[in-house]
Design a protein around this ligand. Structure first.
Ligand code: ZN
Length: 283
């Protein structure tokens, strides 16, 4: 369903841009505007300016700027209609997006993948299996900062640990299957087990799938890497791994390194090279 232009304009006019942006980052008043650390590039000194009278924000370092809806769209990495709805909620204007919109359905899957990523990362940091996986990662010269930055995690030997955790977060089994992390029909089982989990993101930085790598000798007969199967949101040809994080550096350097594997992006990061992406070219 299309949101009428007049509704979008009304929301932009009525929303308090300073109040909305303050919910995401810390702003300080400076003469007639407000400033804060820009969340869209690695900012040391506050470069993001917010003007309550003009109702816009602008970063004087990376150039990012626009109205309040754009800020929410960029920050929350949600589709534009959803950003309009979020800002609408904050100023008491209800936006009905219907229930059959593609993005509405997709957002369920994105949330499942985000929750899965957080869960795998949690397991890596807080379990015995995680300790073993970390030893493997350290041996490959990946440190804690890199593990955190690329949201690396681990899947456990248990058949349905992720499934149970997603159920607790109110996700439906069929949605988990559609999102590519669970399979079967009661009993449901996790797709990935005993693997180091690398989340794969799309051009907007949203996680759309995983690549799981074996790290134990006892599993060495299995394929080295297991990737998410293609589904509604995971299309290998649409992957642009690391782009959302690299965008600023690509613009700064006016160049980009395109790799054929995500491990190459991580290896480059270790060498302080950040203007890198990975695209799937093998089919
Ligand atoms: Zn910026």
């Amino acid at each position: 369903m299309r949101i009428p232009e007049s509704t979008i304009q009304k929301i932009i006019d009525e929303a308090d841009i300073v109040k909305v942006i303050s919910e995401y980052i810390k702003l300080e008043k400076k003469s007639s505007s407000f400033i804060g650390l820009c969340p869209f590039h690695p900012d040391q000194n506050p470069s993001l300016h917010v003007s309550p009278t003009k109702k816009i924000y602008k970063c004087f370092s990376c150039g990012e700027g626009g109205n309040v809806v754009r800020f929410v769209e960029k920050y929350e990495k949600v589709p534009f209609p959803r950003a309009v709805q979020i800002v609408g909620e904050k100023c008491g204007i209800n936006v009905d997006l219907g229930t059959n919109d593609n993005f509405h359905i997709s957002s369920k899957y994105y949330k499942i993948l985000e929750d899965s990523t957080n869960f795998y990362h949690f397991l890596l940091e807080n379990t015995v299996a995680g300790e073993e996986a970390k030893k493997y990662l350290y041996k490959r010269k990946l440190n804690d900062e890199i593990i955190k930055r690329f949201k690396i995690g681990v899947s456990q030997p248990d058949p349905d640990l992720l499934f149970k955790s997603l159920l607790k977060n109110d996700h439906q089994p069929l949605d988990m299957i559609e999102a590519g992390v669970v399979r079967g029909t009661d009993p449901y089982t996790d797709v990935f087990r005993n693997r180091i989990m690398f989340p794969l993101d799309d051009i907007t930085g949203k996680i759309v799938g995983f690549s799981g790598r074996i790290y134990k000798d006892s599993n060495k007969d299995e394929p080295k890497y297991l990737n998410s199967a293609e589904n509604k949101i995971f299309k290998k040809g649409n992957l642009l791994y690391n782009f959302a994080n690299a965008e600023y550096y690509i613009r700064q350097n006016d160049s980009v390194f395109v790799f054929e594997g995500f491990m190459d992006v991580i290896a480059a990061y270790k060498c302080d090279i950040h203007n890198t992406v990975y695209v799937e070219t093998s089919f």
